[in-house]
Design a protein around this ligand. Sequence first.
Ligand SMILES: C[S@@+](CC[C@H](N)C(=O)[O-])C[C@H]1O[C@@H](n2cnc3c(N)ncnc32)[C@H](O)[C@@H]1O
Length: 181
Amino acid sequence: MFGGLRTINQLFEIPCHEYTPELQIRLLGIELSQLQEPILNIGAGKEGKLVRFLRENGCEAYGIDKFCETDGYMHRADWLSFSFEANTWGTVISHMAFSNHFRHHHLRRDGQPRQYAEKYMEILHSIKHAGSFYYAPGLPFIEDLLPAEQFAVRRTPVIPGKDDQSSWFGYPYAAQVTVYR
Ligand SMILES: C[S@@+](CC[C@H](N)C(=O)[O-])C[C@H]1O[C@@H](n2cnc3c(N)ncnc32)[C@H](O)[C@@H]1O
């Protein structure tokens, strides 16, 4: 029986899509006029569509991705080895990328949750005062540990109205973590 299932390739492929900039912006609850610069998109996609869109709208935006070509504003890099310099970015964005992998590593038995947790904190420290990290899916297991006097967490359910706070793992949401220090 399982031999039969194995022949269905889609069951074993990891879907990896680039989404439209409009969808990413809407889902993450981003107001373009509120974005602080410079902006870094982590796991921006091979095409860097959101980075291109932001630049076309007059924003100073850059992206990193494991599989993109390096050019003027896109840089091929692995987010676990990329150095997020302290106090550098006005906004960091990561849609269906860093936090999706962090969640995965948090849940799997042989994952690297510690490495992801350390990178997550490095990313937050790379953001300037009053800047934000926008990402989806949300990371309730680490957001709940952030000191409230330094970080404000806003959660927006992906499905409007579905915000049962008793079960953050039960439904998907986008997070905005704003840094105060
Ligand atoms: C589902 S796609 C999302 C792309 C884009 N953020 C979007 O929403 O359209 C995930 C992206 O993360 C990138 N990625 C996966 N692992 C990575 C890593 N370790 N370092 C950098 N990028 C990575 C993939 O190459 C892919 O472009």
